[in-house]
Ligand binder design. Structure first.
Ligand SMILES: Cc1cc2nc3c(=O)[nH]c(=O)nc-3n(C[C@H](O)[C@H](O)[C@H](O)COP(=O)(O)OP(=O)(O)OC[C@H]3O[C@@H](n4cnc5c(N)ncnc54)[C@H](O)[C@@H]3O)c2cc1C
Length: 380
């Protein structure tokens, strides 16, 4: 059982209060607009030190243990629109871990520190029109020209991509093919030749902006390479573990809150001479989902502990991602169903929740890709 100290508990209270005060009152408008004021919100989070909880103090991080990141994700996960948590998680756990781990001091000073302060918005640019699950198939090309990379290609479904100040880009930097010869490169979004070709319209997570990006002769210094030239694929695979872990922490918070809200609704909604909760079938269905949330929470905590010990968490992160993706769908479907007609209305949280949770089984590696990894781990 992972140990949460009084400081973790106090931090949980602070994050919950922040969500209730600074996020939830505004998300309906952000969802309607199809974008949130990311710089403004990140400025507030950065001022609190929450965008760099685990990062070195030298770059403005808090140097805190991983359990603080678990708490942050669980609590942000409870907010009224999952798109907010996705935008924050991209900043803290998807676009910046490689830079923190492998980046040069100069890159960290220019891009990591402002991201931690919330002054710059970051995005992770891996997926392409012809390469999503199969990352080794990506084609965006960075060609060396003296001390510069010249980048040509396209990236698709890039969260924060419309508002981002810089990208953690994965591009092909040699002709080796497959997983070889890729590099991670910091690309400032105001570089000539880089443009948002489309702002995408989505089923859910509507307040989080999602972009298609076009690169046409985008020139950045080779010094913007994160870590080792040619090791980008491997560095990105490690960064994906952070992405999956934090996504799973957040979803446990989201599912628990959804079940609590549905329980409360069933207790007050009357039908057939009693409350809906008097119907044991409904209570048992919710009980089963609560039990699955609990299993996932403690599986997450086992993962978090392994991460704190410095162990490889890919098995934990893969299995958790698969299980929690499925749990999210079951919770969202059940909560909407038990609200009846009102659950289908936009005025009720259940409709957005159903839409928002659907991405869990696709983004950051689809369920089938998780199964492929698990099958390989078991010699299949
Ligand atoms: C809202 C949203 C936000 C996103 N944000 C980002 C981001 O910030 N940065 C980024 O780089 N990417 C992002 N993505 C991309 C996301 O990671 C990919 O969509 C995902 O990895 C799947 O890739 P794909 O869409 O190309 O699907 P494909 O690779 O075309 O796969 C389609 C489907 O085929 C099945 N499948 C695939 N491979 C296998 C297999 N080996 N065996 C069996 N079945 C398989 C799965 O069901 C899969 O869903 C985002 C996507 C969405 C929808």
């Amino acid at each position: 059982m992972v140990t949460f100290t009084e400081e973790h508990t106090a931090f949980r209270k602070s994050v919950r209060a922040f969500v209730e005060r600074e996020i939830d009152p505004y998300v309906d408008a952000w969802e309607r607009d199809g974008r949130m004021p990311t710089h403004e919100l990140f400025g507030k989070l950065g001022a609190l030190g929450w965008l760099g909880l685990e990062y070195d103090e030298a770059y403005g991080g808090q140097g805190a243990d991983h359990r603080f990141a678990v708490v942050l994700a669980e609590e942000i996960g409870r907010c009224d629109a999952a798109g907010v948590g996705m935008a924050i998680a991209v900043q803290t756990d998807m676009a910046t871990p490689s830079l923190h781990r492998f980046g040069s001091e100069d890159l960290k000073a220019r891009y990591l520190a402002p991201a931690i302060r919330g002054e710059m918005v970051a995005a992770i640019a891996v997926t392409e029109p012809d390469a999503g699950s199969d990352v080794a198939g990506l084609r965006t090309r960075a060609t060396r020209d003296g001390d510069d990379w010249v980048i040509d290609g396209a990236k698709l479904y890039i969260t924060n991509g419309v508002q981002a100040d810089w990208l953690c880009l994965l591009a092909r930097t040699s002709d080796e093919g497959g997983a070889r010869g890729m590099s991670q490169i910091v690309v400032p979004t105001d570089t000539p030749g880089l443009r948002v070709s489309r702002k995408l319209d989505k089923l859910g997570n509507r307040c989080s902006d999602t972009a298609e990006l076009a690169f046409d002769g985008v020139r950045v210094p080779v010094a913007n390479t994160i870590g080792t030239i040619g090791r980008g694929f491997q560095q990105q695979m490690a960064q994906f573990q952070n992405e999956r872990m934090v996504a799973c922490y957040g979803r446990v918070g989201a599912c628990e809150r959804a079940l609590d809200r549905t329980r409360d609704y069933l207790k007050q909604r009357r039908a057939f001479g009693g409350t809906l909760m008097d119907n044991q079938y409904l209570a048992y269905q919710l009980a089963e989902l609560y039990a699955r949330v609990d299993l996932c929470r403690h599986y997450n905590y086992a993962c978090a502990e392994a991460y704190e010990r410095g162990e490889d968490t890919s098995r934990f992160a893969t299995i958790a991602k698969l299980a929690i993706g499925r749990l999210c769908e079951d919770v969202a479907r059940t909560c909407l169903q038990y609200h009846g007609g009102i659950g289908y209305m936009e005025e009720t949280w259940t409709a957005r929740f159903l839409r928002d949770m659907r991405i869990t089984s696709i983004g950051g590696g689809a369920d089938e890709v998780m199964l492929r990894v698990i099958a390989t781990m078991h010699g299949m």
